[in-house]
Every structure is written in C-alpha cells, then in structure tokens.
Design a binder for this molecule. Structure first.
Ligand code: MN
Length: 129
C-alpha cells in the first residue's frame, strides 16, 4: 500500500525530479534534502518510512549520513536504500557493507526502482512477519 513518506537525499536536481515523479505517480508522499546533513535533520524531524540516499553529496557523504541515522534511536530503524552512480562491484560491496538495506544504481531503471522501494518497505524492520 502506497502513501508512505519517502525522504529523497540527492544533490542533483535532475535525479531528484525523476525519483520524485516516479514515486509521486505511485502514491508516495515525499520529502527532499540536497545534503546529507539536511537529510539526517529531516529524517529526525519527519521520521520517514524510507530514505533514498545518494552517496556522493556535498558535505558529508551518504555512508556517513547513514551512520548518523543508525546512531540515533529515532532514525535507527528507518530503511535506507543507497542510490548511486558507483556501478563498480567493489563500490557496491563497500556500500552494502555499510549497512544499507538495498542498492539501486543511477541512472535508475524506473520499474526496478519502484519494485525495490516497495520490497524494502514491505520487509521493513520491526514489522510483524
Ligand atoms: Mn550526488
């Protein structure tokens, strides 16, 4: 069921617009941040159901921002999907080792992206099985 609040952390306006358009079309509510710092602050404030995290950001990077989310009780259990242009296998392993719930590479494939968002929300931590 859509309607969940998704926080997009992405510094590139074009990428943010595409993600916004896809998720809005499917009925999600959206919040947006252009930096990791703002993303962490907004996550604490809004308690979104899901965070989509770019890795390369001005200021702190997405891996550092994930660490800050995991360090606070209020945001610790929010699922976070890494959305990054780093397509190299090694980068992907490093990103998954950092503790992201899933990984989507940019440019996003609209169908795979939408499915990944749904799948992560459906197996959200703390939900009854
Ligand atoms: Mn970026």
């Amino acid at each position: 069921m859509a309607g969940e609040l998704v926080l997009i952390v992405e510094d590139n306006e074009k990428n943010r617009k595409l993600v916004r358009d896809v998720l809005a079309f499917h009925g999600y509510r959206l919040a947006e941040a252009e930096t990791g710092e703002d993303g962490v602050r907004l996550a604490q404030e809004l308690r979104p159901d899901l965070v989509l995290m770019d890795i390369q950001l001005p200021g702190i990077d997405g891996i550092t921002a994930l660490g800050q989310l995991r360090a606070h009780p209020a945001t610790r259990d929010i699922p976070v999907i890494a959305v990054t242009a780093s397509a190299m296998t090694q980068d992907r392993q490093k990103i998954m080792a950092a503790g992201f719930d899933a990984y989507q590479s940019k440019p996003i494939s609209v169908q795979a992206f939408k499915d990944a968002v749904r799948a992560v929300l459906d197996r959200r931590r703390g939900d009854p099985a």
